[in-house]
Design a protein. Structure first.
Length: 255
């Protein structure tokens, strides 16, 4: 079978387009002396990820629905949890959360929801794009935390690769960021989150999360989450401060 020079050039053009981002990342890592993810890890990360439906309320149950013995709350936050658990179902306090209002759940809350998300790797940075329009930057260029951090809903994240595991530490988290899927417990100025995101395969991600905050917890609060690759893409579906929470209640209070 004969191939024209045009078709051959086009084929090698595709190969170069696929290889160039990986070569750029590898070169940047080599210059800095920082470990970069392997080509296999980058390939496995590609695509759309989601939490299985059956896993979504695990951490919420630990917080605010029932005994709540798993989360090691301080007495102050135990009272907050208990008061929330006693509220009737379908009241706004129990049905409205950041995501229902199209506001990012932040760190660590965003990963508690069944939002679709994708990874975008660029030199010195891992970017996370979520279906609600949230965008998170994880710096992997070897930098340290700034002396002063402006609180942000996604915080300020610095990470590094340990083989197929991305280790991320986040500080400077806004007091609007969710600690759990639902409920009144938000991050404080003392909240620090450490995530270990392991690329098990091209189909599975596992995340071990540790939340430290001496105001909320008596000891570090940790949990594990599994994400599966799904055969779909997504479009952003939120506009900030949505007032329709999908429970036949529309908040028309001026804000």
């Amino acid at each position: 079978m004969k191939y024209s020079s045009r078709r051959i050039a086009k084929f090698f053009g595709w190969i170069l387009a696929l290889a160039l981002p990986m070569l750029t990342l590898a070169a940047a890592a080599a210059r800095s002396g920082i470990e970069a993810p392997s080509a296999k890890v980058r390939l496995n990360l590609a695509g759309t990820w989601a939490m299985p439906e059956e896993g979504v309320y695990r951490s919420y149950s630990a917080c605010c629905d029932g005994p709540g013995t798993e989360a090691p709350f301080t007495p102050k936050y135990r009272k907050i949890r208990d008061a929330f658990a006693k509220l009737p179902e379908n009241v706004p306090e129990k049905t409205v959360n950041n995501v229902s209002r199209c506001i990012s759940a932040g760190v660590p809350g965003t990963f508690e929801h069944t939002l679709l998300f994708e990874f975008l790797l660029t030199p010195g940075r891992v970017n996370l794009i979520f279906a609600d329009g949230s965008f998170r930057r994880i710096w992997t260029d070897g930098r340290s935390f700034p002396a002063t951090l402006t609180p942000r809903i996604q915080g300020y994240s610095i990470g590094h690769w340990e083989g197929k595991t991305l280790v991320v530490e986040t500080r400077g988290i806004s007091n609007k960021s969710d600690i759990f899927v639902e409920g009144p417990i938000k991050a404080t100025a003392k909240t620090k989150v450490t995530e270990r995101i392991t690329v098990e395969s091209g189909k599975t991600l596992r995340m071990h999360t540790v939340v430290e905050d001496p105001e909320i917890f008596t000891r570090p609060y940790s949990y594990d989450t599994t994400f599966l690759k799904v055969p779909m893409s997504f479009e952003v579906h939120c506009a900030g401060n949505n007032r329709d929470n999908s429970h036949q209640q529309v908040d028309l209070t001026p804000k």
